[in-house]
Design a protein. Sequence first.
Length: 174
Amino acid sequence: MTPFPIREAIADDIPALVRVHVTAWNATYPWYRSPPTHELRERQWRAAFRENAADWFCFVVQREDGELVGFAQANGYAEPDQPDYGGELNKIYLLREYQRRGLGRRLMGRVARRFLDQGITSMLLFADAGNPSCAFYEALGGEKLVAPDGTVADANYGWRDLRRLADACPVESA
């Protein structure tokens, strides 16, 4: 089995998702004075699992002992501001000590393949301009989004062809 298997998240993962989300978010954005709390993230994750929209999904990365070290959450996108994109990568986080091991790339590939299975061929991601992962998104072919008024958003990315992203990202072996 591949080290650090990726699997579909389940509601029982909520406490671990909260821990990873808060820890990784705080490491990514240390300059924020009022970071999200465990309580806020728990409410958000519980609501996401409770609402369980048909196009919502979440993958988790776990260690051999089952402890979660990262996740990617995505859903459909149908907003008039970016009509050329059908999916949104809403969140992708890995604990710092598990970054630069190919896990983010594997998560991105998993998300791309899920969207393709749903008939969605493009996705976007809205990021904070201070997010150090912006270079990662660009390395995976993310193009900076252009707003309807013609302005370019520094940290918002789009993938017009998810087949290219899926092909560029490894598939974990069983």
